[in-house]
Design a binder for this molecule. Structure first.
Ligand code: ATP
Length: 333
């Protein structure tokens, strides 16, 4: 029995969360859920976008499922605060093409491992006489930690190659440290091929030959940009899941936001949230369950009959989720 913090959030967050939890009912693994608040609705009620109680609950449970929140300009971002508080130093984003969905390529399957705590997102900015400067912080420790995660992930998932993405020709010191850390850590994994590209070249290769990538490891800003490029290569926002992982905690969330334009209509695509639940199963080392859930999702997408309007169907969020649940249950019999 795993204890899971559930943060439905705002907009379509609660709708896709309800769908994913319904699907998990068909699992052989048991879960106990603790619901916690975050986001704009929470702000209206409590005066904060992320109560301390939510953070302490997430710290205590085995994993966190996060729907989506609306962040109003000027408000503290609930999700960024939570990622920091839980020290989730990895952002993991699988980029996969699924049969039956509109995708630029039909044979893409790689993962982006993005450093989540430093780089240009260190939050250190200063006014200067004529503008401002932002500090790009790269440390040996954080570089080694993220590279080790990437190689361990590659080993666990039988991926053959890890690619480092950087700009060490211009950012000689900072990305020099990152590149050195990559090759130093990689030497502990002789069975895994290593290569590195400048970020500009990597951005081009992602659209010319994305099939060549297995695992990409990179710094914060480059990872942010390449992750969205990856999302564009395959079926779009409604399908893409992500994980934020640290030494002690894991948080799993769809890449899409709260989509206020379709909230309350019951038509949100639940796939990204369900794939996020699938990543949670992997994190909990429930690999067999994760593969079954992934198969159920893949089959529903491939058949393309009971899918939401963004995928060309006319099913509601819960109708699609029920179909995934039915297939998942059948695999679990
Ligand atoms: P936020 O401010 O919370 O980021 P947003 O609308 O700016 O919200 P997204 O929520 O990512 O950003 O939505 C972008 C577009 O994609 C919207 O038109 C939305 O309707 C659509 N979209 C996002 N998620 C889904 C989904 N799960 N199913 C269907 N459409 C979606």
């Amino acid at each position: 029995m795993y204890k899971i913090t559930v943060i439905p959030g705002d907009g379509i967050g609660p709708e896709v969360m309800k769908a994913a939890l319904a699907v998990l009912e068909a699992s052989n693994v048991e879960f106990e859920y603790v619901t916690a608040r975050a986001g704009n609705e929470c702000f209206k009620r409590t005066g904060t976008t992320i109560p301390d109680e939510t953070i302490s609950t997430a710290k205590k449970t085995d994993a966190t499922l996060f729907g989506a929140v609306t962040t109003v300009p000027g408000q503290k971002s609930g999700i960024i605060t939570l990622r920091r508080a839980l020290e989730l130093y990895v952002n993991l984003r699988p980029v996969k093409s699924y049969e039956g969905t509109q995708s630029l390529f039909d044979d893409v399957n790689f993962v982006i491992v993005r450093e989540n705590t430093e780089g240009l997102y260190s939050g250190i900015e200063e006014d200067t006489e004529d503008g401002a400067t932002a500090l790009r912080v790269i440390t040996r420790n954080a570089s080694e930690r993220i590279c080790r995660f990437a190689f361990e992930y590659a080993r666990k998932t039988s991926k053959k190659k890890v690619t480092a993405v950087h700009k060490a020709n211009v950012l000689k010191k900072t990305d020099g440290i990152f590149k050195e850390a990559f090759y130093r850590v990689g030497s502990d994994y002789p069975e895994i091929k290593m290569e590195d590209f400048y970020v500009d070249a990597a951005a081009m290769y992602l659209v010319t030959r994305p099939q060549d990538f297995d695992v990409i490891v990179t710094t914060n800003l480059f990872g942010d940009i390449l992750s969205d490029e990856g999302a564009g290569l395959v079926g779009g926002l409604g399908l893409i899941a992500s994980a934020n992982v640290g030494e002690k905690n894991g948080l799993f969330e769809p890449v899409h936001g709260s989509a206020p334009d379709i909230a309350g209509k019951g038509i949100a695509n639940p796939s990204a949230m369900i794939f996020s639940a699938c990543m949670m199963l992997d994190y909990l080392e429930e690999y067999e369950e994760a593969r079954k859930l992934e198969k159920a999702m893949k089959d529903v997408l491939k058949e393309g009959k009971i899918v939401t309007p963004d995928l060309g169907g006319s099913a509601s969020t819960m109708e699609m989720a029920d179909e995934v649940k039915r297939k998942f249950k059948a695999l679990n019999m």
